[in-house]
Structures are given as structure tokens and as C-alpha cells.
Unconditional design. Structure first.
Length: 294
């Protein structure tokens, strides 16, 4: 049988992309997380990660273990809740950024509701900046969104690269301002895109503004311009554009879970744990199914 403690460390490394960040999330020493992963690899007889001084990547066996680890931990939590815990009750006002519209977030929330039928879950989907304002005002209990500023609070779910995204046939015009598709302020990606272009001395113009992911996606599919977006969450039908002088590097962003209290308790903590356990299901957009249709 696989040790749930080792599986949690494995999932944290896979989701955050490093042993140091995984240790920070779990509140453990890096050496402890490394030991957990090493023992899990010994139990499986397979190598789960490829490591070097700069990166940590899953092997094919590691990719397979992701699904198994998540299922085992979910079953373990359900058994513990059934036999040893008082059923979780209460209300959670949960905010998720627009980035997750096309991901498996609905499936994660469905599993949570099935396991916690006495929790009243209220979902708000919006721009990261607006969600943080609602969290600060006490209108939300938990937010899953991009980290607003370096060093701000929040439990790291994963780190991603921001990329320039456009239609399959889109190309910038030499000597012309870059046409931008953006969310309105206080959008984090809008601010990063504009700041990056300004620092590079690259002219730009606003080609489209929309408050929803479906709106900016439609504009991009129409070829109106480009937008900054998390590389692992590119909406269906669009692509990451190749590096070129007119589109300077946007750097990285972090997706974090932030609660309205320093220590999350009760249903808020239960939902946070469920989201962290299913973090790998949030880091990609399925390329098949109804979501492909514009």
C-alpha cells in the first residue's frame, strides 16, 4: 500500500514544480519532502521525477502516478470523514479567477460537494483583482487566483509562465503597435502585458476589452489581437505565439489559494485541501469536447 504522506509530498512537488516550493506549501523541510518522494519511488520501483539543478519534471510513470495518488488520497479522506470526523457543515463563499473556466474545476467542486453534502458552496467567477477586493471586504472566504504581488499571502498551487496567445493564423505586423486583447483594470495580466511592452519600448494599442474569458477568447479567435495568458491554461482554439521582438517575454505568474483568515478552518479548510489535492487537474485545458467550439 502507498503511504498517503508520501503521496501528498509527491503531489505537492508535481504541482509546484520543485521540492523547495512543495516543502513551503506542506510546512515541511525540503529534505523531508525529498525523502518522501524517494521512498515512494522505491515502493513503485519506478522513477517518478527527472531532476537537474534547474528543473523537476515528471516521467511517464510520474504522470500515471498523478491520477492514482489523487484517487487514493480522496478515498482516504472520505474514509476518515466517515469513520472519525464530525461531518463538515457551514458555508464557503469561493472565488475563482476567469482562468479556470475551461479547466476541470467544476469536477473538483462536484467531488467536494458529494463528499460534503452539508456544506453550502457559493461560487463567484471573476477577475483576480476583483476577487481579492471581495476577499478583503469579507464578501469571500477563499480565492483561487493569480498572486497579486510578489510576497503577498497565499498557498502556492502552481507556478506558470505567461505567454502571448492568439489565433492559429495570427501574426504581428512589422512596425505597427501590438493590438492587445485585455481584461479591464484591475486585471493582473493586463498590467503585466502593458508594463512589459512599455519597458521594451514596443508600441501597443487596445484592440478589445472584455470582462470574461469567453469574450477575450472570441476576440482572439477573430484575429483582433493578442493577449497575455497562463501557458498551461490557453483557451481552446488558440495557441502560444512564437518569440519575436514585438512580443517580449512576460515572465512567470503564480496561482495561489488565499483565505480571509490567517488559518482556514471548517468547510473553508476542507475546500482548500480538496483544491490543493486536485491541483494537477487545474493546470491544463482539455483539447476535446464541446469547449472547442467558438
Amino acid at each position: 500500500m502507498f503511504d498517503p504522506v508520501q503521496l501528498r509530498s509527491f503531489l505537492a512537488v508535481a504541482q509546484t514544480g520543485g521540492f523547495t516550493r512543495a516543502a513551503q506549501r506542506l510546512g515541511l523541510r525540503q529534505s523531508t519532502v525529498s525523502q518522501h518522494v524517494r521512498r515512494l519511488e522505491e515502493s513503485t520501483g519506478r522513477r517518478l521525477f527527472l531532476r537537474d539543478t534547474h528543473s523537476v519534471e515528471l516521467t511517464a510513470e510520474g504522470e500515471a502516478m498523478l491520477g492514482f495518488a489523487r484517487s487514493i488520497l480522496e478515498a482516504n479522506e472520505q474514509a476518515l470523514a466517515y469513520f472519525t470526523r464530525t461531518p463538515v457543515r457551514g458555508r464557503v463563499r469561493f472565488g475563482a479567477s476567469e482562468d479556470f473556466v475551461y479547466t476541470e474545476l467544476p469536477q473538483i467542486l462536484r467531488t467536494f460537494r458529494r463528499g460534503n453534502p452539508q456544506v453550502d458552496l457559493e461560487l463567484t467567477v471573476g477577475l483576480s483583482g476583483l476577487l481579492y477586493e471581495q476577499l478583503s471586504d469579507g464578501r469571500l472566504d477563499l480565492v483561487l487566483a493569480k498572486r497579486p504581488t510578489e510576497g503577498s499571502e497565499g498557498r502556492l498551487v502552481w507556478r506558470d509562465r505567461l505567454v502571448w496567445v492568439g489565433a492559429e493564423d495570427f501574426a504581428t505586423e512589422p512596425g505597427q503597435p501590438v493590438p492587445l486583447i485585455v481584461y479591464p483594470p484591475p486585471s493582473i495580466t493586463r498590467a503585466r502585458a502593458i508594463d512589459t511592452l512599455d519597458r521594451a519600448g514596443q508600441p501597443w494599442r487596445i484592440a478589445c476589452t472584455s470582462t470574461s474569458l469567453s469574450g477575450v477568447r472570441a476576440a482572439a479567435l477573430a484575429g483582433l489581437g493578442v493577449m497575455a495568458h497562463a501557458g498551461s491554461l490557453i483557451p481552446p482554439g488558440l495557441r502560444a505565439l512564437p518569440q519575436q521582438p514585438a512580443l517580449p517575454d512576460l515572465g512567470e505568474t503564480e496561482f495561489v489559494l488565499t483565505s480571509g483568515r490567517k488559518v482556514a478552518r471548517g468547510p473553508v479548510r476542507s475546500l482548500a485541501d480538496a483544491l490543493l489535492a486536485g491541483g494537477d487537474r487545474l493546470t491544463h485545458v482539455p483539447r476535446t469536447g464541446p469547449a472547442r467550439k467558438p
